[in-house]
Design a protein around this ligand. Structure first.
Ligand code: ADP
Ligand code: MG
Length: 387
């Protein structure tokens, strides 16, 4: 067609131009409904075209791509692709965009005119060096993968620790038995040397108490970390919360902590393991109480939307420093003298098992809000069915 261009009359040319215009319009509409971003760039990285998804992803205002280069959008790309793109380059990379919002994007770049054959030759060498860039937003996939790796890492540590803790049970049993033997012998000695027997008796009691304490620590630990299968049932979270608060009433009163619960009536039920959810609430309330001076206030607010029931635990305690916030869910991370650093890890494990989410906001000196999100029953059933 192109080589015959000079032989065509004016009417044919007009018709041809109109047809091309219509086709171009059609392609543009197709490009603009794509989920993927689509760019056309030249060998210098200058952007000639961006579809709607690309404009959204890259923050172009009203389709204005004039003068922008690929390098400006993703500075990390320049050393990889630039300064001038090789005409045969085709590649895929994951890049982090910081503007207009932080996103992880998979970028797939292919030479554009390759395969156009005669037409590319006709258009000349510069035309041949154009590239189509497909941008796929993978922020979500990446987050999911990070979460999976993190939970697998924690799971393996937990399994190892559980094994060690379990093994400690045998020597502790043996110690308990032998201490009982010593105790009996000591009773007979009392008549012989009352003073020595008294001193030995005191030491013995300390040993027995310490062994009991170790036993308790291990039992607690095993109970806390052993991933138990969920025993799911229809659950009213507001009722579970009330039970936990009743159980902790004494400790909260001793610490002078005031608790306010705001829970609208008729919250939807969720599918949950009541005992495990109790553990979650217990850990969060305990942490909040420990973070507040006497006179502190813990506000617990429940709410629901079409997909979730949410519970926000807001305290006005000391807050969490940013560097500690990053380690909040790590096993054994604690800032308390007597802490074990397992509470938040257990909270996270149980929430994940429920298909829920946990968000933490904190400002040092002002307080911390931990928000739990439980998927609604219908939604969870769908998730389980793989739909
Ligand atoms: N509501 C809160 N306010 C302030 N700090 C908190 C709060 N919840 C958790 N933390 C911090 O997170 C750490 C880990 O908590 P956790 O896993 O429950 O272990 P522990 O309570 O035994 O220290 C705590 O030591 C504390 O520094
Ligand atoms: Mg705790």
């Amino acid at each position: 067609m192109l080589e015959r261009l000079h032989t065509l009359d004016r009417a044919t040319l007009t018709a041809l131009a109109q047809r091309l215009g219509r086709e171009r319009g059609l392609f543009e509409r197709v490009f603009n409904v794509l989920q993927e971003g689509l760019l056309v760039v030249d060998a210098e990285g200058a952007i000639a075209y961006a579809n709607s998804a690309a404009q959204r992803l890259l923050g172009f205002k009203s389709g204005d791509v004039g003068g922008t280069t690929l390098w400006r959008l993703a500075p990390g790309l320049r050393p990889l692709l630039g300064p001038a793109l090789d005409a045969a380059t085709s590649l895929t990379r994951e890049v982090e965009l910081s503007y207009p919002e932080p996103r992880a994007v998979r970028l797939y770049l292919v030479p554009f005119s390759a395969g156009l054959g005669a037409e590319a030759e006709w258009a000349g060498a510069t035309e041949a060096r154009r590239f189509a860039v497909v941008l796929t937003d993978i922020t979500r996939d990446k987050l999911d993968a990070d979460q999976r790796i993190e939970s697998e890492r924690v799971a393996s540590i937990v399994l190892l620790a559980a094994g060690v803790a379990h093994e400690l049970g045998n020597p502790l049993n043996s110690l308990t038995i032998h201490l009982q033997v010593v105790e009996r012998k000591l009773r007979k000695l009392r008549g012989v040397d009352a003073k020595d027997a008294q001193a030995l008796g005191d030491s013995l009691r300390i040993c027995q108490e310490e062994v009991a304490r170790l036993d308790g620590i291990i039992a607690n630990f095993l109970q806390a970390i052993r991933p138990r299968p969920l025993d799911l049932a229809d659950t009213r979270l507001a009722e579970v919360l009330a039970e936990v608060l009743a159980f902790q009433e004494r400790e909260l009163a001793d610490r002078g902590v005031r608790v306010e619960v705001e829970s609208p009536g008729g919250l939807p039920v969720v599918l949950a393991d009541k005992d495990q959810v109790k553990q979650v609430f217990f850990n969060l309330i305990k942490n909040a109480a420990e973070a507040m001076p006497p006179g502190g206030r813990l506000r617990i607010e429940a709410s629901a939307d079409e997909e979730h029931v949410a519970l926000a635990f807001a305290d006005n305690g000391g807050g969490i420093k940013p560097e500690d916030l990053a380690r909040l869910f790590e096993p054994y991370h604690t800032t308390k003298p007597g802490g074990n650093g397992l509470g938040m890890m257990v909270v996270q494990r149980i929430m994940r098992a429920h298909g829920g989410q946990i968000a933490v906001e904190s400002e040092p000196g002002r307080g911390t809000t931990v928000t739990l999100q439980f998927p609604l029953k219908q939604r969870r059933v769908k998730l389980l069915a793989g739909g």
